[in-house]
Design a protein around this ligand. Structure first.
Ligand SMILES: Cc1ncc(COP(=O)(O)O)c(C=O)c1O
Length: 449
């Protein structure tokens, strides 16, 4: 019988492979099953589908392989020389033009997993999933929503947040975004009380919590003490019966400019915290490796009682979603990132760029807090990432932004009524003092009408 209406489709039994994945979750990590959206429960990776049969053939069809939809010649994938001219010699057509698996290139997944473990000592002894490759972090955040958010479900985020969360989870999936104030009233640091209160108000419920440190737009990352308080607050919420998906948006991981910053992703501690918590790390090469347009990110699951079978179920559901939307992530991009990760000079080159950003952050910190600007803005705390934010006094941020553009040729981002985001990541050190001179001029000009 063909199923036509959405209601009928919703009642159709889950595919046997979805049932298998769900059974693995129910047996080992029942909270993960409970937290899945209806779509997440229904998802599976077609293990006997075209991709899987193709993978089997790749291993065994030594004579002829007439499986998947690429074109080959005697050497491997066909390619046009005018395409291949764009790549450095030594990168083989197989590493560029053939499809990558939906869950990502296995060597890249392993290299990223090794990097995550090396950077996250708290994961010692804790099983987590293999990272699944995504089309950078935006895609990972969207997948997280598909897996865990039904219409009406709540996502708790800080009030200073990346605006795209609204499109990913609210507009696209019908989830509700609730906020807690990121900073305390005096703008000295993370608002622990606000976070604890927001969790307490939702005690006993399903909740997705999204933590983004270093934060966009404020450029703030918690100190070690604040990181501990965040972990404790989540533990208390889980102990009191809340069931939580905690998403760690680690887009700007590694860009820490103050020795007081917690330099380990909170994923390490949250992934082993409590059976009621499913931690999902969303990270990637985009900002860390300075390859914004290559579009390579990762989504990784961790939970206290996670088992290989439960992680395989979550990875398969994620791969099924990827297969259904983009099928797989650019193989060329994955190869470029993999080669970088395995390059002996990778860490040194990365540290050099982070040092440049650190110096810009230091100059910014001095310039933006000059006494002469005290009447123009408050500075939100910042110690990490690409950005800093000021809270403009006596006029709207949008009016200042427009004035800066029209009179000074200076681009900034206005957020909400009074916040102005400045990406010091895009300013040369010597340009920074003049930027704040001009912002102060613009604020005063707007106020003077
Ligand atoms: C906090 C945050 N998360 C995620 C992203 C998305 O990154 P990507 O370009 O990898 O999709 C951004 C990009 O600006 C961001 O600021």
């Amino acid at each position: 019988m063909s199923l036509s209406s959405p209601a009928e489709t919703a009642r159709a039994p889950y595919h046997p492979l979805a049932q298998l994945a769900n059974a693995a979750l129910m047996a080992d990590v029942p909270v993960a099953y409970e937290l899945l959206s209806e779509r997440g429960k229904r998802l599976y990776f077609p293990a006997k589908g075209i991709l899987a049969q193709g993978a089997e053939a790749k291993a065994k069809a030594k004579r002829y392989n007439a499986t998947i939809g690429i074109a080959t010649d005697a050497q491997g994938p066909m390619y046009l020389q005018c395409v291949h001219d764009s790549f450095a010699p030594g990168i083989s057509p197989r590493e560029l033009y053939d499809y990558a698996p939906s869950s990502g290139k296995p060597e890249l997944r392993k290299a990223w997993a090794d990097k995550q473990r090396a950077e996250t000592p708290s994961l010692q002894g804790q099983a987590i999933s293999q990272p699944v490759v995504t089309c950078a972090l935006t895609h990972g955040l969207s997948l997280l929503g598909d897996l865990f958010l039904d219409p009406g479900d709540e996502v708790l985020v800080s009030d200073l947040m990346w605006e795209n969360y609204t499109l990913c989870w609210d507009i696209r999936l019908g989830a509700r975004i609730a906020t807690f104030p990121l900073f305390d009233r005096r703008l000295t640091g993370f608002n622990q009380d606000g976070f604890i209160k927001a969790l307490a108000e939702r005690r006993g419920r399903k909740l997705v919590v999204a933590l983004n440190f270093p934060n966009n737009p404020s450029g703030y990352s918690p100190t070690r003490a604040e990181g501990g308080a965040i972990v404790n607050a989540l533990l208390a919420a889980a102990e009191s019966g809340s069931k939580l998906v905690v998403a760690l948006d680690d887009a700007y991981y590694g860009m820490f400019f103050d020795p007081a910053c917690e330099t380990e992703s909170l994923f390490g501690r949250i992934a082993r915290l409590h059976p009621n918590i499913i931690a999902v790390k969303i990270d990637g090469a985009t900002k860390e490796t300075f390859v914004w347009g290559l579009r390579v990110g990762f989504l990784t699951f961790g939970t206290k009682n996670g088992t290989p079978a439960a992680y395989a179920a979550l990875e398969q559901k994620t791969a099924g979603l990827i297969r259904a939307t983009i099928s797989n992530v650019s193989h060329a991009s994955q190869t470029v990132v993999l080669k970088a990760l395995l390059h002996p000079d990778f860490r040194r080159q990365q540290a050099e760029k982070v040092d440049i950003l650190r110096r810009r952050a230091q100059v910014t910190a001095t310039e933006c807090r000059r006494e002469a600007y005290a009447d123009c803005w408050d500075v939100y705390p910042f110690n990490a990432g690409y950005f800093m934010c000021i809270r403009v006094k006596g006029c709207t941020a949008e009016a200042v932004r427009l004035r800066l553009l029209d009179e000074h040729g200076l681009g900034t981002i206005a957020l909400g009524e009074h916040d102005l985001r400045i990406a010091f990541s895009c300013l040369l050190e010597e340009q920074i003092p003049d930027v704040f001179v001009r912002i102060a001029q613009a604020v005063r000009a707007v106020r003077a009408g």
